[in-house]
Ligand binder design. Structure first.
Ligand SMILES: [Zn+2]
Ligand SMILES: [Zn+2]
Length: 176
């Protein structure tokens, strides 16, 4: 069985405040989904992490890269891209009774630190909630569902956008 790529041994690190370690890890973190996009379960996530042994815990700074997929919120075309984000979080031993401080940090116990919850949380925050294929996307006709990026449909009954009417008036003005 493959080793969990997100576990980092911290045996020496936690006994040596001030010491820094670099770790490059990659692997899967399970599916991450928000309303408009998803990091698929089989996606490979890259993490370039720095672990600093600090008083009371270990501070982790990580640059994360992961592919995402989704669909345009207007025309529903499939979209894909890459997430890039940087996080800095503290891992510290948690009390048996959760304190407020514990909720702002990741738990540390034993000789290994698990990067996966940090990676998952950071990528979830970075996923686009309502992606667009382009700012100029015209979307689908609300009546017949035609993709208006591909051309107009026959549903001429929809009231015209007043901004277009103003433009039309300009165009119809005879030029000298
Ligand atoms: Zn679109
Ligand atoms: Zn239509």
């Amino acid at each position: 069985m493959a080793q969990n790529p997100w576990l980092v041994s911290i045996t020496t690190l936690k006994r040596s405040p001030g010491v820094r370690r670099q770790e490059q890890r990659s692997g899967r973190v399970g599916e991450l989904a928000v309303a408009g996009s998803v990091v698929p379960a089989d996606a490979v996530v890259l993490a370039d992490a720095t672990l600093d042994s600090v008083h009371g815990g270990i501070e982790v700074t990580a640059d994360l890269t992961a592919p995402w997929r989704g669909e345009c919120r207007r025309c529903l075309d499939p979209l894909s891209g890459e997430l890039h984000t940087r996080v800095r979080e503290l891992y510290r031993p948690h009390d048996r009774d959760k304190t407020e401080e514990d909720e702002e940090t990741y738990p540390l116990s034993g000789e290994v630190l698990d990067l996966q919850p940090l990676v998952r949380d950071a990528l979830l925050l970075e996923l686009p909630l309502a992606p667009l294929c382009s700012d100029a996307c015209r979307g689908l006709c609300p009546t017949c569902g035609a993709d208006l990026n591909a051309g107009t449909c026959d549903c001429a009954t929809a009231p015209a956008d007043p901004r277009w009417a103003a433009l039309d008036a300009l165009k119809e003005r005879p030029s000298k």
